[in-house]
Design a protein around this ligand. Structure first.
Ligand code: GDP
Ligand code: MG
Length: 379
């Protein structure tokens, strides 16, 4: 009896040992397949501890942490889109009107152009409304606003090929890697502020965020980011003023890997000290950020909504060069003319993922097309 028990125990230990050996081998094989050649072989100590949740889980928590905000403090589009709502006021006054004349349609065209929707997009919207008017399917002022609402929401939710627009911010990476979000855009658009707001939000949601002060143009840029980091309780890696931005980003990612951070938010400059082309520098930062253990999951083009159509031409240059995954549209509060959201989506084909509705930490929200359009068109 005792002997049988002993045999069983020995067998169990042998099986366990075999399983452990197989697991270790499998992990090594995956590592060598996935790891691109790198000058820094990640030491076993530098590899972050096995996450307690799976990649899918952590992605879920990322989405929740961005969406799951305190509704008491999150600003509403209605209260922040002051100027834009003002521009659409004449359209809202068409509500309740029984019949529509040519004046009403030209009023619509005028409002769209003045609100920065852009010529091409305005023409497309007008063609759609005129068609409905000719077919007799527009029922007075309410019908016109309903048709416009449908068209605007459609532009913002489905691309021209009929594919739903993906606004999701990705943190999904291979095992043992750190997701990196890169923020690019010209000076003063709100890159640093956006990173600060995100850090505050993600930290509050219990995620470990590390900030990379990749804007080395002025020391003040890193100081500004450090202030946000302190407020958010997140870590920051910064370099010397005038230093190589790629090195700062590289060091930040290495630190994030070693410390097991959940996400790296990398700031960049909108201009440079040297004659190096800014676009070339950004491409280099992107390449470096994709090295072990980093994995770039978002390249967010930050645009200032108050620059209207100018912002669109900036976006073309930047967006193509760095292969942007989406837009953060800042300063949609204040003097912005909200139509620019529609122009960006339709003319650039880049999804607006986040919008800034003010300067405080709570004032960054996931872009919500329905709330946005309703804030413009509803009384
Ligand atoms: N009203 C408003 N101001 C903003 C918003 N985002 C950024 N700002 C302000 O824009 C200015 C420039 O921002 P900054 O982050 O330094 O721009 P950067 O040069 O791209 O890093 C700062 O004064 C910010 O407070 C926003 O959503 N709304
Ligand atoms: Mg900055």
């Amino acid at each position: 009896m005792n002997a049988a028990l002993l045999v069983l125990v020995v067998l169990a230990i042998a099986v366990l040992a075999a399983v452990v050996v197989l697991l270790v081998r499998a992990r090594r094989a995956v590592g060598s397949l996935e790891a691109p050649p790198s000058t820094i072989a990640p030491s076993p100590v530098a590899v972050p501890p096995e996450p307690t949740t799976s990649v899918e889980d952590s992605e879920e928590s990322a989405a929740t942490s961005l969406l799951d905000v305190d509704l008491d403090t999150e600003p509403t589009y209605r209260e922040r889109l002051g100027r834009s709502r003002g521009l659409f006021g004449t359209l809202r006054s068409l509500r309740g009107r029984r019949s529509l004349d040519a004046d009403a349609l030209s009023e619509l065209e005028d409002v769209l152009l003045r609100s920065d929707v852009g010529v091409a997009t305005t023409e497309a919207l007008m063609a759609s409304v005129r068609r409905a008017a000719e077919e007799g399917t527009l029922d007075g002022g309410d019908g016109l606003l309903e048709a416009l609402r449908t068209d605007l929401i459609s532009i913002l939710t489905v691309d021209p090929a009929g594919i739903p627009i993906d606004r999701h911010l990705s943190t999904s990476v291979r095992d043992g890697h750190v997701p990196v979000w890169l923020f690019v855009g010209v000076n003063g658009v709100g890159k640093t502020t956006t990173i600060g707001k995100l850090a505050a939000r993600e930290s509050a949601a219990g995620r470990r965020v590390l900030l990379a002060a990749g804007d080395t143009f002025r020391a003040a840029a890193a100081d500004q980011l450090a202030m946000w980091a302190e407020r958010a309780g997140s870590e920051i890696v910064r370099g010397a003023e005038g230093g190589d931005p790629s090195s700062v980003v590289f060091d930040a990612i290495a630190a994030a890997g070693a410390r097991g951070a959940d996400l790296v938010l990398a700031d960049t400059a909108g201009r440079l000290h040297t004659k190096v082309n800014l676009i070339e520098e950004l491409k280099k930062i992107r390449r470096v950020a994709d090295r072990e253990p980093g994995e770039v999951t978002e390249v967010l083009l930050v645009l200032d909504a108050t620059t209207g159509q100018n912002g669109i031409s900036q976006a073309r240059q930047f967006g193509e060069a760095v292969d942007a995954t989406g837009v953060v549209l800042t300063k949609l509060d204040g003097t912005a003319r909200g139509g620019v959201v529609i122009a960006i989506q339709r003319e650039l084909g880049l999804p607006v993922k986040l919008v800034g509705l003010g300067e405080q930490a709570d004032d960054l929200v996931i872009f919500d097309p329905v709330s946005f359009v309703d804030a413009l068109l509803e009384a």
